[in-house]
Design a protein around this ligand. Sequence first.
Ligand code: 5GP
Length: 190
Amino acid sequence: MTKGKVIVVSAPSGCGKSTIINSIFDSKRFDLHFSVSATNRPPRAGEVDGEDYHFLSTEEFQRLVAEDQFIEWEEVYPERYYGTLRAEVDRQIEQGHNVVLDIDVKGALNVKRFYGSDSCCIFIQPPSIDELRHRLENRGTETDDSIATRIDRAQYELSFAEKFDHIVVNDDLNVAITQVAELFANFIEK
Ligand code: 5GP
């Protein structure tokens, strides 16, 4: 059986990444599976353990790090750890499924180092930092502090964009969805 491929999508928070990925999943155009990451951050309202993330205590997370169970892990926000589980990704690609990882920039580039040309890294960029701030404010789920942290983080993440295989600017959501879907198609079907 042909092995599946790994597609990584990274974007600063508020760039429409989840909307874009979900829309491509919903189109059922490709055989795509999500890799569920592990994190020590608490679940948000509506998030389900094992579906959105494997929600772990800090001690459980550190045990998995010590056991080398992650392909990559990062402290994305202070004391908030996120990691891609080796078993989760390998099981799916061995079964021939294409796996989508929604992870931060450094994690994405580490996955690229690990899977090489069997992986494709896509960066979704906001039209500008001002526009991103505006979107985060309108989302209504973040406090002022959290918005400030996310804007700082976005500026940092933007400095990695050039290292990705592809950059898509999300100015118009439908255009961005089409562009990302085409990148998926070119990579999966090549
Ligand atoms: P959130 O807390 O909003 O769900 O996610 C925060 C950030 O963590 C997002 O940028 C997301 O892409 C990133 N992230 C989620 N899972 C992983 C992972 O397994 N590894 C890494 N490096 N980053 C992740």
